[in-house]
Ligand binder design. Structure first.
Ligand code: GLC
Length: 453
């Protein structure tokens, strides 16, 4: 089965990676020097000023826009800091409203607003899997931001271009990575993180058995097991890393296959053993909370969680963890492509002021700010090469950043992506909760077939 790859997103990072080799190879990510410098950099880093602010003030000063922004980890505080700077410089007021934490819930919220042709928001965060579904409701940004778009990884720009219209600008990227406790690996005699899922389960069990003696909240491994979009992302990594395909391959539904059933069963067998029993209700936030509070040896999450783990205000494990590629099951390590774009509602009454906000938010200086304070993946290759960015974001190291990126089947499911993904995550959540893979997979397979028909 052919693995889909976001070629250019990867290429962009590889460029970044090649140029950052000598910087990145100087020491391990978890060294306390790196940790404390990343944290102090975040504190010292002010929101960038808005270019051409006087002209914007003259044209749009006094207008008010609403931005549906982020909610996970430190991202709402970041959005507020940037919006405040934008308002200070341009006089355009920005109301920041955090979206629901689950991507699919956020999708439903926006879908409701669009279907009622409402102008209740002006700018929104759009998940990497939605441009196809929402294109009819979004402003074409090409006439005003086409030049800026050239700076970004062109694979993402292509993803955000529907029928020739640039319906969103890249805000930040994402890919799944493994977080692990360097101190605990050492304590239990391990010299390296696990290469395979079975090694991870065995290491997680040994560390958990030891640590639970003094901490009954401690578990070996946490991930996103809730019945929501995040589980589609995690399960895609299990599948692709086990050679079980990408749920839909070359236009054909493939989710019901023996290798897929096997890897799902392996994961289901670990629930309540090396994971908390209720990991089947965990989203990103529950996972990172368990990890930064020192209650997990391993975590699957996105890069943003690195900044939370290195912040002494939120974390008990500053300097005691590192990141690497996810394990595999005889296949190859992979990371699911995630990420967010900024788009303008075509029913907005302030389209031009909104576009100026998007121009600022997706600019190189703001991407640098976002990468350093919030460890979000830059979509501008030049920012990903920046020394200070590389230092604060160890997942940009060549051996991690070059991991095979796999994409969810959004191109196949098109406007029905959310419905298809729901069939996938609901079914897989049932398997994690004890139903056999062989009894659930045929149902997902036929739901997806019905959607594709
Ligand atoms: C992250 C990813 C996004 C994905 C979501 C799932 O926010 O960037 O693409 O859909 O996680 O929980």
């Amino acid at each position: 089965m052919k693995i889909r790859i976001v070629v250019l997103a990867t290429a962009a990072l590889l460029v970044a990676v090649a140029l950052s080799m000598n910087v990145a190879s100087a020491g391990t990510a978890a060294s306390s020097a790196t940790a404390s410098s990343a944290t102090s950099a975040a504190k010292a880093y002010p929101a960038p000023k808005v270019p051409r602010a006087a002209a914007l003030k003259k044209q749009y000063g006094g207008e008010s826009i609403t931005f549906i922004g982020d909610s996970v980890g430190g991202s709402h505080a970041r959005d507020v800091a940037l919006a405040k700077q934008f308002t200070k410089d341009t006089g355009i007021k920005v109301k920041v409203v955090p979206h629901p934490a689950a991507s699919d819930a956020s999708y439903s919220q926006l879908a409701r607003v669009f279907s009622s042709k409402s102008s209740s928001f002006d700018v929104a965060m759009i998940d990497v899997v939605w441009p196809g579904a929402f294109a009819p409701y979004l402003v074409d940004l090409k006439p005003k931001l086409g030049k800026e778009a050239k700076q970004h990884a062109q694979g993402i720009i292509r993803n955000d271009t529907i029928d020739g219209k640039l319906v969103a600008m890249p805000w930040f990227g994402d890919f799944g990575i493994l977080y692990y406790r360097t101190d605990l690996l050492r304590k239990y005699g391990y010299t390296a993180p696990p290469k395979t899922w079975n090694q991870l389960f065995a290491m997680a069990k040994k560390i958990q058995d030891g640590e639970q003696a003094s901490n009954d909240k401690f578990y070996g491994f946490v991930f996103q097991g809730n019945s929501y979009e995040g589980l589609t992302c995690d399960a895609l990594e299990w599948y692709q890393s086990a050679g079980a395909g990408g749920f839909i391959d070359n236009g054909k539904v493939t989710i019901n296959n023996p290798k897929g059933a096997r890897i799902l069963t392996q994961f289901a067998n670990q629930i309540g053993k090396v994971t908390p029993r209720d990991v089947t209700t965990y989203q990103e936030g529950e996972a990172h909370t368990a990890f930064v509070e020192g209650n997990a040896a391993f975590m699957r999450n996105w890069p943003y969680a690195y900044s939370i783990g290195q912040d002494p205000k939120s974390s008990k494990i500053v300097g005691k963890f590192s990141v690497t590629v996810l394990p595999h099951a005889g296949g190859k390590s992979v990371g699911t492509v995630g990420g967010w774009q900024l788009a303008v509602n075509k029913y907005s009454k302030h389209v031009d002021a909104s576009i100026e906000f998007v121009r600022y938010m997706t600019s190189a200086p703001v991407q640098k700010f976002n990468a350093i304070t919030n460890t979000n993946v830059p979509t501008i290759p030049a920012v990903a090469r920046d020394k200070a960015v590389v230092k604060a974001n160890p997942y940009l190291k060549p051996e991690i950043a070059s991991v095979l990126r796999v994409t969810r089947p959004a191109r196949d499911l098109k406007t029905h992506y959310n419905e298809g993904s729901k069939a996938i995550y609901q079914g897989i959540n049932q398997i994690l909760n004890g139903r056999s893979a062989n009894s659930v997979l045929p149902g997902i397979q036929s739901k997806l077939n019905r959607i594709l028909r």
